[in-house]
Design a protein around this ligand. Structure first.
Ligand code: 13P
Ligand code: SF4
Length: 374
């Protein structure tokens, strides 16, 4: 059975992607694959650590040494002294792991197709052009750029160069505070919803401008110059899908339902929910729930399914039912790819290595280190 067939109905973009795999790896069944992954891991011993983001499939998280949110996993990568870090996640996470780990460590992404579309919504050239326009319109302002972890290394490097930093969904508010201690304006990229949710949390929502790099009408440098906070118009299609009526319906259906969502959801959804937080917060909150409680979860469907499996005494329901999506980027990490990259390491061949260019790496590390300070 080709595992890429699993849950294809949940994906916005329905394509199976095993083409990059040698043919003999495309049809492994789960038992055989599990045996082979375990054998390869035993052979590699302490030389390998496998990290799994909370949105990875069950067949990946079951083989991971650490499962967590993007912030926790970058810390695990930094602490790992293994020669190989195999990252069950998406490109920007593997890049961050490469930036943080030592030069003698190699980061492997099982499938090179696992690229977060939101990270791709703020390309270096677009950001450079926007920066030029905004700084020209506000020549006396100190603008501090902040990029969400969900961005590529070149953008992290750009932020460091311009006196800014990186944040995750759990420390975005602290990153904004850090920035306003050092400057008088913030340019936040690429997730406008996390940006908006953060400005509300800080009580700064009345001085915000949006910057849409794809729409000539959406790039108003004068408005950006007047605002305290400029939000780049990027978004996550998995999280934008949740609406307030999903919250209302779930509350109607389950009396005493608790609603928890990721801060990449729209502002009004976060406002209607009981709790908003990173995938680690979501995981912890459901783990701490009392038996019999209902938690409606507004995030990527694999995490909701894991929580339901891990906590059978809690009633875990997907916030928008069958309309909840998986992340197409995350699902590219097919367990057959994991088998392949591990067996190749055993054979002495490094496949799908993620390596950030040295000059970018140094700067991006500055932006990540600043985040670890806040
Ligand atoms: P976390 O940082 O909460 O793990 O989220 C990463 C992500 O990609 C959410 O869509
Ligand atoms: Fe990117 Fe959204 Fe997938 Fe997270 S869930 S990796 S933000 S596309």
């Amino acid at each position: 059975m080709e595992t890429a067939d699993f849950e294809t109905e949940l994906s916005l973009f329905k394509y199976d992607n095993l083409e990059q795999l040698p043919p003999e790896y495309r049809d492994l069944d789960e038992d055989e694959r599990t045996d082979r992954i375990e054998a390869a891991r035993a052979e590699l011993g302490d030389d390998v650590v496998v990290l799994g983001h909370n949105y990875q499939r069950r067949e990946i998280v079951e083989h991971a040494d650490f499962v967590g949110d993007s912030y926790q996993l970058s810390k695990e990568a930094a602490n790992a002294d293994a020669k190989y870090v195999v990252f069950g996640g998406v490109t920007f996470m593997a890049e961050s792991a490469d930036i943080i780990t030592g030069d003698d460590q190699t980061v492997v992404l099982p499938s090179m197709e696992a690229s977060c579309p939101m990270a791709g919504m703020a390309e270096a050239l677009q950001v450079d052009a926007a920066w030029e326009e905004i700084t020209a319109a506000a020549p006396d302002a100190d603008i501090v750029p902040i990029t969400y972890m969900n961005s590529y290394a070149d953008l992290k490097a750009f932020c460091a160069e311009q006196g800014g930093l990186v944040c995750t969904s759990s420390n975005a508010h602290r990153a904004f505070e850090w920035a306003f201690e050092r400057g008088d304006k913030v340019l936040f990229l690429p997730d406008k919803h996390l940006g908006e949710n953060t400005t509300h949390r800080l009580g700064m929502a009345d001085s915000v401008a949006e910057w849409d790099p794809w729409d000539p009408e959406g790039k108003d440098a004068e408005a950006a110059a007047e605002a305290d906070i400029v939000l780049w118009d990027g978004y996550c299609q998995v999280h934008e899908r949740f609406r307030v009526d999903h919250v209302e319906q779930v509350r109607e259906r389950y009396e005493d339902a608790n609603v928890i969502v990721h801060p990449e959801c729209r502002r009004e959804v976060v406002e209607a929910a009981d709790v908003a937080g990173s995938t680690a917060t979501i995981t912890r909150t459901v783990a701490d729930a009392d038996p019999g409680e209902t938690w409606a979860v507004g995030t990527e469907i694999h995490l909701t399914n894991h929580l339901s499996r891990w906590h059978p005494d809690v009633n875990v329901v997907p916030l928008c039912g069958d309309a909840c999506m998986d992340c197409n980027a995350m699902r590219q990490i097919d367990p057959n790819y994991l088998t392949w990259v591990l067996e190749e390491l055993v054979a002495g061949r490094e496949r799908n290595v993620i390596e950030v260019a040295p000059e970018e790496k140094e700067l991006a590390k500055v932006a990540l280190d600043r985040m670890l300070e806040v």
